[in-house]
Design a protein around this ligand. Sequence first.
Ligand code: HPA
Ligand code: ZN
Length: 329
Amino acid sequence: MPIPKAELHLHIEGTLEPELAFALAERNGVELPYADTEALREAYRFEDLQSFLNLYYELMAVLRTERDFEDLADAYLARAAAQGVRHAEIFFDPQAHLARGLSMGTVVEGLGRALDRAEADHGVSTRLILCFLRDESAESALATLDAARPYLDRITGVGLDSAEVGHPPAKFREVYEVAAALGLRRVAHAGEEGPPEYITEALDVLGVERVDHGLRCMESAELVERLVRERVPLTLCPLSNVRLRAVDVLADHPLAAMLDAGLVCTVNSDDPAYFGGYVGDNFDAVRSALGLSEGRLRELARNSFLASFLDDDEARRARYLSEVEAYEF
Ligand code: HPA
Ligand code: ZN
């Protein structure tokens, strides 16, 4: 059995495997511009974040009904559980679906149906994090949060994703203030392709409690020192970074140096259907490419629960943490 872990950086739309994409396309009468799953997999060669996002948004066309979102989430939870995930904080991108004519209710209730069964079916506790698309306007983000108001009992926090460069965190100051006033937790992608200044801005202007990716903090000694001092968790996604060319090869990934620097790192899968592996695969890959010790792997698993939004269930967090300490490699 793999080491118990929490997954904190996972876009549910990024778990759409080619087989499920074709099955849903058939069920919904949607035509995909690929002959078969093999032809689709051929398209999984990305130059950067944008080239991935183009395909990611295109394939969302197959998601039409509550049942589609339920099936998508259920498939992810089964795979995640098999790789040792005990707790998952799941991002979703409602703006991309609202723009296609779906309702917030279709998306949230559909995901919710799978999440309601996740503990019983897969032994995984879950949270949902609504992400704003940063290449859309601040007004659109505010309207999206408004549309989510009837569903806030199902939503733990807000995040910020999509094309980073040119869309600094400060653009979303107001919607993050509204989210905070609603009692929502706050995270944001920063420092994936964008500069270290975006990480600082996410902390100072948006008040984020975790930074998604945060890889480029390593370009600023001052920022690293702050992140260490304030114990700000970073949700790293090593296989994603290789596929989207944030790093050339896994052996060059700064994760080991980041841990050595005292940063609170976690390892996650981002968009596992597209990047060649789920979270356990990411653990295995960094273990072999970077030669991480068992102590470091245990630290990563421990960090994942410490950084999770389980503050409303400390008994559960303690149970998960004791599973990590008791784990035998
Ligand atoms: N980065 C930014 N936005 C995203 C990603 C990512 O890796 N995956 C899905 N949306
Ligand atoms: Zn991401």
